[in-house]
Ligand binder design. Sequence first.
Ligand code: NAD
Ligand code: MG
Length: 386
Amino acid sequence: MKKIAILGSTGSIGTQTLEIVRDNPDLQVVGLTAGTNIDLLEKQVREFRPRLVSLQNEAACRELKIRLADMEVQIVPGMEGLLAVAEMEDSEILVTAIVGMIGIQPTIAAIKKRKDIALANKETLVTAGHIIMPLAAKMGVSILPVDSEHSAIFQSLQGENKESVSKLLITASGGPFRGRTRQELSQVQLEDALKHPNWSMGHKITIDSATLVNKGLEVMEAKWLFGVDLNQIQVVVHPQSIIHSMVEYVDGGIIAQLGTPDMKLPIQYALFYPDRRPMAGKKVDFYALGNITFEKPDMETFVGLKLAMRAAVDGGSMPTVFNAANEKAVSLFLDRKVQFLQIPEIIEMCMDAHHRIENPNVEDILRTEQETYELINTKFMEKIYY
Ligand code: NAD
Ligand code: MG
């Protein structure tokens, strides 16, 4: 029996993780957390019987306690609950399926308790990779990638010598607006941005895919996960999302991982690594597929990727500013308070205003996050509203 805990069990990655648990009776869920979706968390508790769960606020936790009066389950609100689930004594692996920088502290807490991490929450590694990767090495903990590109790279590295790697090739679908001009992007609506051509995901990452910010975050995530230089990472647009990413070796040989766009494969691979388990679902049909194609990303139109590369090169606290500004800008866009092209504008304004910290600790990172939000709320408000 492998015991797992999940942060963000009601989201896209969280619910797909629970589908895998349903199909594999040797997985047992001991802890779950959610933001505000009390109905779904209640259902999950009844089905998977964890002994500890958490919701974001206290009132919701009180309500859940009443609803689950017939069950033996402990309920702890907010950050305290996230930390308690991350640190649960009997869990062996923590799935970080929560969205945003709120994942930093629980991820660190879990590593300190020697839990392996099935990492979906890329924002954590982007902003605190310099803390998390050495800590994981020190504690002898594995960070197993769930992000499909990083899982593909991880799979393509199996059995190879790390010194023989020359380049990581991260594929990108290009999102729903691939091929559009800036003029066209100025007109796009929230509904258009939420229509990803290949993947079904949470709202925040779906918008990040439309701006190509997601690909920028993934470059930074890859740098930390695989310990390579930025100049060894190349983004390749591949609209069909069949090749999930590739590794080029010193002899020019390239190893890739392919499959239909389904997050359950990388989630399952992380949970059972190094084993593979059967999985139901559509397989790639090459006769039906016909062609796959490749392009260079258009960084002049999709400025979000260019800004991400600038933040990655600057390093220190700059990726935190990039990420925090993006989180805030995306939430304003989801609330229809800013336009699509204002997302990279807000990020750039925040990066330009920031005095970079060389080697930020967790406190510095969280303070920088708050300062970035405040900057957007105060100084830039009149510029960013419609
Ligand atoms: P989602 O929005 O669907 O789900 C997020 C989960 O976190 C939900 O359970 C939500 O209730 C919880 N949550 C959000 N804010 C919270 C808060 N303040 N306190 C407590 N809980 C909170 O997101 P998702 O698409 O599943 O993505 C999760 C993470 O995985 C993100 O970091 C994303 O970048 C990454 N990721 C997702 C996919 C995908 O296919 N969805 C692919 C690769 C990587
Ligand atoms: Mg991805």
